[in-house]
Design a binder for this molecule. Structure first.
Ligand code: NAP
Length: 301
């Protein structure tokens, strides 16, 4: 165990986790990786990662352990479960959860880890699969200042905009605010492109103009072209955004706050999931808008 983080355990090599772990290796960290479906770790092992057979094993003899799994219960599993990180991480290590999960559950896990001398940062990300691959993620970090300072070089290997936003749970709260915008922006992009289509405009030209002005957004820039080209591969899956919107609504209920725009967006994503698109990218929400408008982006106007 060294004060400087050199060895990093990594749990969860999905769409986001795999390129993030790869960027850690490129930056010179020694990475010990675990993935539930072990074949997904083959590629990373070929690129220099050590392999671990359980989340706990990934946490042994490392300075920091990153988790990048799906939902709250999955993070609880890999940290607190029978074969979890808490049983094998050394006192003085820091757990960095980069998944998007419940702020409340985060604070509870942070307390349980602290009782064993293990630090915890919640560090959810924004920037999508492209940001994960390019190492340009936005990372919003909650937790103790000293853990944040120590982990900063790790974050710098994976992201560009890195901010310590407050105590434990604050990173997850910030991420939920981010997801309100992500969901509503996609609804706006879908409606705007359908109007463009109905007006007989060239959609690629329309995107070129709109991304240059006040209407620009990450969604318009990155997902607008995928919508126009009919590319609905993930990226970020509909079912994961619905998981985030569930967390958003739980936080809104805790604060007795109506979230009208986000609720409307949530309904459209529920509709597209019902259409069988849960595992497609969030840009596939266009299909729900196509269904209610009776138009398709690709049909002749
Ligand atoms: P993904 O491709 O579905 O990957 C999920 C990973 O978690 C897989 O490696 C999966 O293992 C593992 N996992 C899930 N449940 C587990 C459990 N109970 N025990 C052990 N491993 C488990 O998802 P992703 O897109 O990488 O997203 C990961 C997290 O990042 C989510 O919280 C998501 O909301 C967030 N996020 C995603 C994006 C994006 O654009 N994709 C952007 C920002 C944030 P298997 O391989 O065995 O299934």
């Amino acid at each position: 165990m060294s004060a400087e983080i050199k060895k990093v355990g990594f749990v969860g090599l999905g769409i986001m986790g795999l390129p993030m772990a790869r960027n850690l290796i490129k930056a010179g960290f020694e990475v010990k990786a675990y993935n539930r479906t072990s074949s997904k770790a083959d590629q990373l092992a070929a690129e220099g990662a050590l392999r671990a057979e359980t989340p706990g094993a990934a946490a042994e003899e490392v300075d920091a352990i990153i988790t990048m799994v799906t939902d709250t219960s999955d993070v609880e599993d890999v940290i607190l479960g029978k074969e979890g990180i808490i049983h094998r991480a050394e006192s003085g290590a820091v757990v960095i959860d980069m998944s998007t999960i419940s702020p409340k559950a985060t604070r509870k896990m942070s307390k349980a880890l602290a009782e064993r001398g293990i630090g915890m940062l919640d560090a959810p990300v924004s920037g999508g699969d492209v940001g994960a691959q390019k190492g340009t993620l936005t990372i919003m970090v909650g937790g103790r200042e000293q853990d944040y300072t120590r982990a900063l070089p790790v974050f710098e290997a994976m992201g560009k905009t890195i901010t310590h936003v407050g105590p434990s749970g604050a990173g997850q709260c910030t991420k939920l605010c981010n997801q309100v915008l992500v969901a509503i922006h996609l609804v706006a992009v879908s409606e705007s492109l359908l109007l463009a289509k109905a007006s007989g405009l060239d959609l690629h030209k329309t995107l070129q103009v709109l991304t240059g002005g006040a209407a620009n957004s990450w969604s318009l820039q990155n997902l607008g072209p995928r919508i126009v080209d009919g590319d609905h591969n993930p990226g970020f899956m509909v079912r994961l955004l619905l998981k985030d919107l569930r967390l958003v609504m739980e936080a809104a209920a805790d604060g007795d706050l109506p979230l009208i725009g986000a609720s409307m967006a949530q309904q459209m994503f529920i509709a597209v999931q019902k259409m069988g698109c849960g595992d497609l990218g969030t840009q596939s929400v266009i299909r729900a808008f196509e269904a209610v408008s009776g138009r398709t982006i690709t049909e002749p106007v």
